[in-house]
Design a protein around this ligand. Structure first.
Ligand SMILES: Nc1ncnc2c1ncn2[C@@H]1O[C@H](COP(=O)(O)OP(=O)(O)OP(=O)(O)O)[C@@H](O)[C@H]1O
Ligand SMILES: [Mg+2]
Length: 266
């Protein structure tokens, strides 16, 4: 009986996961289509308003208006880019990437932006490369850490970033060898995520933050990027005890094949 119940429970879980991913897929298709059209509309607005403002005399009274138009269309273009990223309509440039290096660089960049009350602990070991897009993976780390810092808020807290590999020793060039899995976990001591919210956090535009503070795109972008890398995301949270996001990605090839590419330079 217990075995049967376990099988039924597993089946319900899988059905739930399938429904959830179909919903995300449908939302992604819709948003991706809109973003694509919007992008085509934005290109001439941005290009022509820049040209027009260059032609204006320095003391022109409409100069301020033109700058506002340019800034607003730049903001719209950035949003569209993010939507295209989670809708997977953007071409990822895949190559062997050292996720540990990408994460260290993202942390170095973020450290100066985060309040001093947020302590960052790194448990980053040397890992085999993943086959992926360094810019996308950098974005994943930044989005997760930004969320963690926002969940902590203005109080004292800690973000623990861990990277490790499993199955490394079994890996061999022979066929049928177990491919190592690379794990990245970002855990925080913030507010945590209530069970009712947990189901929706990967939906595009789902946010619990105030207008202007969050667009609800961060985790949809993370989901889109990780899925297109053949990876998975798991979330664990006890409300009031913080949250932990764990990403798993298949490793690629041998250790020495890593290219030293600066994700910020791309
Ligand atoms: N580490 C975390 N702790 C608590 N809640 C979280 C955490 N990460 C995400 N969430 C919840 O998931 C929601 C969606 O996150 P997501 O990153 O997609 O959007 P956002 O952070 O609200 O806005 P954006 O990332 O676009 O600025 C958040 O509004 C928040 O409620
Ligand atoms: Mg976010």
């Amino acid at each position: 009986m217990t075995e049967l119940r376990a099988v039924q429970q597993r089946q319900e879980e899988l059905e739930g996961q399938l429904l959830h991913s179909q919903k995300l897929e449908a939302l992604g298709t819709l948003a991706g289509g809109v973003a694509h059209e919007l992008n085509n509309t934005l290109v001439p607005i941005l290009a022509l308003s820049k040209l027009a403002s260059d032609d204006l005399p320095q003391d022109s009274p409409v100069r301020g208006d033109m700058i506002t138009i340019i800034q607003a269309s730049e903001r719209a273009r950035d949003l569209v880019k993010q939507i295209l990223a989670f809708a997977r309509k953007q071409d990822l440039v895949k190559q062997p990437v050292d996720l540990a290096m990408v994460a260290r660089e993202a942390l170095r960049m973020l450290r100066s932006r985060l309040p001093a009350t947020v302590q960052i602990v790194e448990h980053i070991s040397d890992i085999p490369p993943v086959f992926g897009d360094p810019v996308g993976l950098h974005q994943v780390v930044v989005n997760l850490i930004t969320n963690a810092a926002q969940a902590i808020g203005a109080v004292i807290g800690r973000i623990t970033v861990s990277i490790w590999a499993v199955g490394e020793s079994q890996a061999s060039p022979q066929q049928g060898a177990i491919q190592p899995i690379i794990y990245l976990s970002v855990a925080d001591t913030g507010n945590g995520i209530p069970a009712a919210t947990l189901d929706r956090i990967f939906e595009p535009f789902f946010t619990t933050k105030d207008v202007g503070e969050g667009t609800g795109l961060g985790l949809s972008v993370v989901h889109g990027i990780i899925t297109s890398h053949g990876g998975k995301i798991a979330v664990h949270s006890e409300p009031g005890e913080g949250a932990e996001f764990t990403i798993s990605l298949p490793a690629h090839g041998k250790q020495q094949a890593v290219s030293r590419i600066d994700p910020m330079a791309a």
